[in-house]
Design a protein around this ligand. Structure first.
Ligand SMILES: Nc1nc2c(c(=O)[nH]1)N[C@H]1C(S)=C(S)[C@@H](COP(=O)(O)O)O[C@H]1N2
Ligand SMILES: [Mo]
Length: 197
């Protein structure tokens, strides 16, 4: 490894190492929703996980927060080529949610209020890689950004981060969700530019 010259470090500033290929940095936060914004009161909100036995694990808003809320700083990358770096979020780790779920299945379908779905391998939701996010930029999540709670899976393209999250269904196979059925990549790694298939 060699030291960069002054001219070199200037060029490096234009292209942040945290920016995956084909992505452009934005300072604002675009809204991308396939349908209308559902209005969900936290009193009516619940998160459910349904396993292969049909058992439904359920957390009310207060029960979810009681699992433990943590602050995370992560980068997000939208398939439409914008990224935000160093975003501050607050949420409940999915390790806490899946701790009590016993399932043989390796895939998960995330479901949203409003009908949106997206598929994710279970292992991509565990080991500190994903959260049920309830705050961003130091404030409760705006409804247009998925409030009261959304999935946050920052290491995959942002369409995997389902807004208005209502729950998860365990799946034996990696079935495509909403955008995946329209040709978005089944996995969506931004570093490999897995945009479409
Ligand atoms: N329920 C739901 N979640 C969703 C979407 C959606 O249309 N509905 N759009 C996805 C896409 S394509 C992106 S890029 C992000 C956008 O989140 P934002 O509007 O907060 O930027 O949400 C994802 N989650
Ligand atoms: Mo997106």
């Amino acid at each position: 490894m060699s030291f960069a010259t002054r001219g070199f470090s200037g060029r490096r500033r234009e292209r942040d190492d945290r920016l995956p290929p084909g992505q452009t940095l934005v300072q604002d936060w675009p809204v991308l929703s396939a349908g209308p914004t559902p209005q969900i009161d936290t009193g009516d909100w619940a998160l459910t996980v349904r396993d292969e036995t049909g058992t439904e694990h359920r957390w009310s808003w207060d029960e979810l927060l009681a699992l433990g809320v943590e602050d995370v700083t992560v980068d997000i990358h939208c398939v439409t080529h914008w990224s935000r770096l160093g975003m501050e979020w607050r949420g409940v780790s999915l390790d806490k949610v899946f701790e009590d779920v016993e399932s043989e299945h390796e895939f998960v379908m995330a479901h949203s209020y409003g009908g949106y779905t997206t598929n994710v391998p279970l292992e991509d939701l565990l080991d500190g890689k994903a959260w049920v996010a309830v705050e961003a930029d130091g404030a409760p999540l705006d409804p247009e950004h998925g409030g009261p709670a959304r999935l946050l899976v920052p290491h995959l393209y942002f369409w995997k981060s389902a807004k208005w999250l209502r729950g998860f269904t365990m799946m034996p196979d990696n079935e495509p969700g909403f955008w995946e059925q329209y040709g978005y990549h089944i996995y969506g790694d931004p570093w490999k530019e897995e945009r479409y298939w």
